[in-house]
Design a binder for this molecule. Structure first.
Ligand code: HEC
Length: 156
């Protein structure tokens, strides 16, 4: 019984995170116009779409043997962007944001392609670690970002 309740809670949290725009949409209006859906996307969700797209591009470049360069600053954007859920803040979120920042810095500093690939997978793990705490829904999508070099995964 206890397990079932826990599972339900986890499912509810995951659904709330994944279905946020639909909920916002319902509250906002009867009609479903795409502009209104856009308006419901939080700053943090928009940032997430951006870093997800970046990671996909980096993955493609690395597979082609190219290292990448990008803006190394992410911590303040993670911690200052308005989230959908007001509980997404505080020392744990800040710690996970700092951890992601350190993995991004290490990835961008990698001097050769083999190291860059290893650091890239560590970066993806940092995405997953924050999502295990705050937003379970996208984890299967995020895990597709791993490069197929299993031995370099930084599993905790
Ligand atoms: C420090 C925590 C943290 C890190 C690091 C993080 N995320 Fe997120 N992510 C979140 C939270 C919280 C949300 C929910 C955002 C909201 O709705 O306001 C989210 C939402 C998302 C979403 C759903 C966006 C949408 O369409 O609503 C995707 C996809 C995503 N993250 C991918 C990633 C990827 C890929 C990475 C790594 C490159 C990453 N995240 C790193 C916390 C994090």
């Amino acid at each position: 019984m206890k397990t079932r309740i826990t599972l339900c809670l986890i499912a509810a949290v995951a659904a709330a995170c994944a279905l946020q725009s639909e909920n916002g949409e319902e509250a906002a209006a009867e009609e479903q116009q795409s502009e209104m859906v856009m308006a419901e996307v939080s700053e943090l969700a928009a940032l997430m779409k951006e870093i997800h797209a970046d990671a996909k591009n980096w993955r493609t470049a690395l597979l082609e043997g190219e290292t990448v360069s990008a803006d190394p600053e992410i911590y303040s954007r993670l911690t200052e962007s308005e989230p959908t859920n007001k509980n997404v803040e505080g020392p744990v979120f800040e710690g996970l944001s700092q951890h992601y920042q350190s993995k991004l810095s290490a990835f961008l500093a990698a001097s050769d392609i083999d190291l860059a690939k290893k650091e890239y997978n560590n970066l993806v793990t940092a995405c997953v670690q924050c999502h295990q705490n705050y937003c379970h829904g996208p984890i299967p999508t995020i895990e597709k970002l791993y490069l197929p070099i299993a031995e370099t995964r930084d599993r905790k």
